[in-house]
Design a protein around this ligand. Structure first.
Ligand code: CDP
Ligand code: CDP
Length: 220
Protein backbone atom coordinates (compact mmCIF):
# COMPACT_ATOMS: atom_id res chain seq x y z
CA UNK A 1 0.00 0.00 0.00
CA UNK A 2 1.24 3.45 -0.93
CA UNK A 3 -0.08 6.71 0.55
CA UNK A 4 0.92 9.80 -1.44
CA UNK A 5 0.84 13.24 0.18
CA UNK A 6 1.51 16.29 -1.96
CA UNK A 7 1.14 20.02 -1.49
CA UNK A 8 3.00 23.31 -1.08
CA UNK A 9 5.57 24.27 1.61
CA UNK A 10 4.20 24.47 5.15
CA UNK A 11 0.88 22.72 4.43
CA UNK A 12 1.73 20.14 7.11
CA UNK A 13 2.84 17.26 4.88
CA UNK A 14 5.85 15.96 6.81
CA UNK A 15 4.36 16.38 10.30
CA UNK A 16 1.18 14.58 9.27
CA UNK A 17 2.87 11.92 7.12
CA UNK A 18 5.20 10.97 10.02
CA UNK A 19 2.26 10.53 12.41
CA UNK A 20 0.23 8.50 9.91
CA UNK A 21 3.30 6.31 9.24
CA UNK A 22 3.79 5.72 12.99
CA UNK A 23 0.12 4.79 13.48
CA UNK A 24 0.07 2.37 10.56
CA UNK A 25 3.61 0.99 10.91
CA UNK A 26 4.53 2.23 7.43
CA UNK A 27 7.86 3.67 6.39
CA UNK A 28 7.91 7.43 5.84
CA UNK A 29 9.83 8.83 2.88
CA UNK A 30 10.45 12.59 2.94
CA UNK A 31 11.17 13.20 -0.74
CA UNK A 32 11.73 16.95 -0.18
CA UNK A 33 14.62 16.02 2.13
CA UNK A 34 16.14 14.06 -0.76
CA UNK A 35 16.03 17.09 -3.10
CA UNK A 36 17.47 19.17 -0.27
CA UNK A 37 20.30 16.65 0.33
CA UNK A 38 21.32 16.69 -3.33
CA UNK A 39 21.15 20.51 -3.38
CA UNK A 40 23.41 20.53 -0.30
CA UNK A 41 25.87 18.27 -2.11
CA UNK A 42 26.05 20.61 -5.12
CA UNK A 43 26.42 23.74 -2.95
CA UNK A 44 29.17 22.26 -0.78
CA UNK A 45 31.07 21.05 -3.87
CA UNK A 46 30.74 24.55 -5.42
CA UNK A 47 29.20 23.15 -8.58
CA UNK A 48 27.33 25.65 -10.75
CA UNK A 49 23.60 24.89 -10.69
CA UNK A 50 23.50 25.46 -14.45
CA UNK A 51 26.31 22.99 -15.25
CA UNK A 52 24.10 20.01 -16.16
CA UNK A 53 27.03 17.89 -17.34
CA UNK A 54 28.84 18.19 -14.00
CA UNK A 55 25.57 17.74 -12.07
CA UNK A 56 24.90 14.49 -13.97
CA UNK A 57 28.37 13.20 -13.02
CA UNK A 58 27.76 13.99 -9.33
CA UNK A 59 24.31 12.33 -9.52
CA UNK A 60 25.88 9.05 -10.66
CA UNK A 61 28.02 8.92 -7.51
CA UNK A 62 25.25 10.07 -5.14
CA UNK A 63 23.57 7.78 -2.67
CA UNK A 64 20.76 8.92 -0.37
CA UNK A 65 19.31 6.77 2.42
CA UNK A 66 17.02 7.15 5.42
CA UNK A 67 17.78 5.59 8.81
CA UNK A 68 15.35 6.25 11.69
CA UNK A 69 13.90 9.26 9.84
CA UNK A 70 17.37 10.83 9.51
CA UNK A 71 18.84 11.40 6.06
CA UNK A 72 22.29 10.25 4.93
CA UNK A 73 24.09 11.59 1.88
CA UNK A 74 26.89 9.21 0.83
CA UNK A 75 26.86 7.80 4.40
CA UNK A 76 27.03 11.24 6.04
CA UNK A 77 24.17 12.39 8.29
CA UNK A 78 22.94 15.71 6.77
CA UNK A 79 19.58 15.93 8.59
CA UNK A 80 20.31 19.39 10.04
CA UNK A 81 22.40 20.80 7.20
CA UNK A 82 19.63 20.38 4.60
CA UNK A 83 17.38 22.88 6.45
CA UNK A 84 19.81 25.81 5.98
CA UNK A 85 18.67 29.06 4.33
CA UNK A 86 21.07 28.49 1.46
CA UNK A 87 19.66 25.05 0.67
CA UNK A 88 16.07 26.35 0.95
CA UNK A 89 16.88 29.23 -1.42
CA UNK A 90 18.31 26.91 -4.11
CA UNK A 91 16.38 23.66 -3.85
CA UNK A 92 13.60 24.61 -6.29
CA UNK A 93 16.16 25.37 -9.01
CA UNK A 94 17.92 22.02 -8.51
CA UNK A 95 14.67 20.05 -8.34
CA UNK A 96 13.53 21.45 -11.70
CA UNK A 97 16.41 19.62 -13.47
CA UNK A 98 14.94 16.51 -15.19
CA UNK A 99 18.09 14.39 -14.65
CA UNK A 100 17.94 15.08 -10.90
CA UNK A 101 14.28 14.08 -10.74
CA UNK A 102 14.92 10.90 -12.70
CA UNK A 103 17.55 9.66 -10.24
CA UNK A 104 15.65 10.68 -7.08
CA UNK A 105 12.36 9.19 -8.31
CA UNK A 106 14.26 5.94 -9.02
CA UNK A 107 15.55 5.95 -5.41
CA UNK A 108 12.10 6.81 -4.00
CA UNK A 109 10.48 3.86 -5.81
CA UNK A 110 13.29 1.56 -4.68
CA UNK A 111 12.94 2.51 -1.00
CA UNK A 112 9.12 2.24 -1.17
CA UNK A 113 9.29 -1.22 -2.76
CA UNK A 114 10.56 -2.61 0.54
CA UNK A 115 7.46 -1.93 2.67
CA UNK A 116 4.07 -0.26 2.89
CA UNK A 117 5.03 3.40 2.54
CA UNK A 118 3.84 6.94 2.92
CA UNK A 119 5.67 9.51 0.82
CA UNK A 120 5.34 13.29 0.87
CA UNK A 121 6.43 15.75 -1.79
CA UNK A 122 5.17 17.56 -4.85
CA UNK A 123 4.77 14.85 -7.51
CA UNK A 124 4.09 11.67 -5.55
CA UNK A 125 0.47 11.16 -6.68
CA UNK A 126 1.11 12.41 -10.23
CA UNK A 127 4.49 10.93 -11.20
CA UNK A 128 6.22 8.78 -8.57
CA UNK A 129 3.20 6.62 -7.72
CA UNK A 130 0.29 7.51 -10.06
CA UNK A 131 -1.42 4.27 -8.92
CA UNK A 132 -1.08 4.96 -5.18
CA UNK A 133 -4.05 3.53 -3.26
CA UNK A 134 -4.58 6.83 -1.40
CA UNK A 135 -3.64 10.31 -2.59
CA UNK A 136 -3.95 13.40 -0.42
CA UNK A 137 -3.34 17.00 -1.50
CA UNK A 138 -2.73 19.22 1.55
CA UNK A 139 -3.12 22.98 1.27
CA UNK A 140 -3.33 26.02 3.57
CA UNK A 141 -3.33 29.77 2.96
CA UNK A 142 0.12 31.26 2.37
CA UNK A 143 -0.28 33.48 5.48
CA UNK A 144 -0.87 30.44 7.69
CA UNK A 145 1.97 28.48 6.10
CA UNK A 146 4.39 31.40 6.64
CA UNK A 147 3.24 31.74 10.26
CA UNK A 148 3.83 28.02 10.88
CA UNK A 149 7.40 28.24 9.51
CA UNK A 150 7.98 31.44 11.53
CA UNK A 151 6.90 29.69 14.74
CA UNK A 152 9.34 26.88 14.01
CA UNK A 153 12.30 29.14 13.22
CA UNK A 154 11.91 31.91 15.83
CA UNK A 155 13.27 29.67 18.62
CA UNK A 156 16.58 29.33 16.75
CA UNK A 157 16.86 32.79 15.18
CA UNK A 158 15.37 35.86 16.89
CA UNK A 159 15.97 38.02 13.78
CA UNK A 160 13.71 36.01 11.55
CA UNK A 161 11.21 38.09 9.57
CA UNK A 162 7.75 36.66 8.80
CA UNK A 163 7.40 38.73 5.60
CA UNK A 164 10.67 37.35 4.30
CA UNK A 165 9.43 33.80 4.97
CA UNK A 166 6.16 34.52 3.15
CA UNK A 167 8.05 35.86 0.12
CA UNK A 168 10.38 32.81 0.09
CA UNK A 169 7.42 30.40 0.29
CA UNK A 170 5.54 32.19 -2.51
CA UNK A 171 8.64 32.18 -4.71
CA UNK A 172 9.21 28.46 -4.14
CA UNK A 173 5.49 27.63 -4.74
CA UNK A 174 5.67 29.51 -8.04
CA UNK A 175 8.85 27.75 -9.22
CA UNK A 176 7.56 24.33 -8.11
CA UNK A 177 4.15 24.82 -9.80
CA UNK A 178 5.41 26.28 -13.06
CA UNK A 179 8.36 24.00 -13.91
CA UNK A 180 8.10 21.80 -16.99
CA UNK A 181 9.01 18.47 -15.38
CA UNK A 182 6.69 17.13 -12.67
CA UNK A 183 5.18 20.42 -11.51
CA UNK A 184 3.31 20.67 -8.22
CA UNK A 185 -0.30 19.98 -9.23
CA UNK A 186 -3.13 18.12 -7.58
CA UNK A 187 -3.68 14.66 -9.09
CA UNK A 188 -7.23 14.42 -10.45
CA UNK A 189 -7.98 11.56 -8.04
CA UNK A 190 -6.38 13.16 -4.96
CA UNK A 191 -8.47 14.19 -1.95
CA UNK A 192 -7.80 17.83 -1.08
CA UNK A 193 -7.66 18.85 2.58
CA UNK A 194 -7.27 22.53 3.51
CA UNK A 195 -5.40 22.40 6.83
CA UNK A 196 -5.63 26.18 7.52
CA UNK A 197 -8.12 25.74 10.34
CA UNK A 198 -7.49 22.11 11.28
CA UNK A 199 -5.29 20.72 14.04
CA UNK A 200 -2.58 18.20 13.20
CA UNK A 201 -4.57 15.41 14.88
CA UNK A 202 -7.74 16.27 12.94
CA UNK A 203 -5.87 15.88 9.64
CA UNK A 204 -4.10 12.70 10.80
CA UNK A 205 -7.40 11.13 11.86
CA UNK A 206 -9.07 12.02 8.56
CA UNK A 207 -6.26 10.31 6.62
CA UNK A 208 -6.26 7.26 8.93
CA UNK A 209 -9.99 6.87 8.37
CA UNK A 210 -9.56 7.05 4.58
CA UNK A 211 -6.73 4.48 4.74
CA UNK A 212 -8.88 2.17 6.89
CA UNK A 213 -11.75 2.38 4.37
CA UNK A 214 -9.40 1.43 1.54
CA UNK A 215 -7.98 -1.54 3.47
CA UNK A 216 -11.51 -2.75 4.30
CA UNK A 217 -12.60 -2.50 0.64
CA UNK A 218 -9.49 -4.33 -0.55
CA UNK A 219 -10.01 -7.23 1.83
CA UNK A 220 -13.66 -7.72 0.74
O1 CDP B 1 9.52 21.28 3.88
P1 CDP B 1 9.26 22.25 2.78
O2 CDP B 1 7.82 22.30 2.48
O3 CDP B 1 9.93 23.54 2.92
O4 CDP B 1 9.86 21.66 1.44
P2 CDP B 1 10.35 20.22 1.15
O5 CDP B 1 9.22 19.25 1.15
O6 CDP B 1 11.52 19.94 2.03
O7 CDP B 1 10.82 20.35 -0.35
C1 CDP B 1 11.87 21.23 -0.73
C2 CDP B 1 11.79 21.46 -2.23
O8 CDP B 1 12.10 20.23 -2.90
C3 CDP B 1 10.46 21.89 -2.79
O9 CDP B 1 10.26 23.28 -2.70
C4 CDP B 1 10.57 21.41 -4.24
O10 CDP B 1 11.30 22.33 -5.03
C5 CDP B 1 11.41 20.15 -4.12
N1 CDP B 1 10.61 18.92 -4.17
C6 CDP B 1 10.23 18.44 -5.40
O11 CDP B 1 10.49 19.07 -6.41
N2 CDP B 1 9.57 17.26 -5.49
C7 CDP B 1 9.28 16.54 -4.42
N3 CDP B 1 8.66 15.35 -4.55
C8 CDP B 1 9.62 17.03 -3.13
C9 CDP B 1 10.27 18.25 -3.04
O1 CDP C 1 6.04 19.36 5.20
P1 CDP C 1 5.37 20.70 5.05
O2 CDP C 1 6.31 21.76 4.59
O3 CDP C 1 4.13 20.64 4.21
O4 CDP C 1 4.84 21.15 6.49
P2 CDP C 1 5.35 20.73 7.95
O5 CDP C 1 6.80 20.99 8.04
O6 CDP C 1 4.88 19.36 8.27
O7 CDP C 1 4.50 21.70 8.86
C1 CDP C 1 4.89 23.04 9.10
C2 CDP C 1 4.49 23.41 10.50
O8 CDP C 1 3.07 23.54 10.57
C3 CDP C 1 4.89 22.42 11.58
O9 CDP C 1 5.48 23.13 12.65
C4 CDP C 1 3.58 21.80 12.02
O10 CDP C 1 3.60 21.48 13.39
C5 CDP C 1 2.59 22.90 11.74
N1 CDP C 1 1.21 22.43 11.45
C6 CDP C 1 0.14 22.97 12.12
O11 CDP C 1 0.34 23.81 12.98
N2 CDP C 1 -1.15 22.55 11.85
C7 CDP C 1 -1.40 21.64 10.91
N3 CDP C 1 -2.66 21.27 10.67
C8 CDP C 1 -0.32 21.11 10.19
C9 CDP C 1 1.00 21.53 10.47
Amino acid sequence: MIIAIDGPAGAGKSTIAKKVADSLGYIYIDTGAMYRAFTYELLTSSISLSDIEEITKVLEKTDIEFKNNEIFLNNLNVTNEIRSKNVTANVSVVSAIPQVREKLVYLQRKIASESNSILDGRDIGTVVFPDAELKIFLTASVKIRALRRYNELIAKDKNIDINEIEIEIEKRDKLDSSRETSPLIKATDAIEIDTSNLSIDEVVNTILKLAEEICENESL
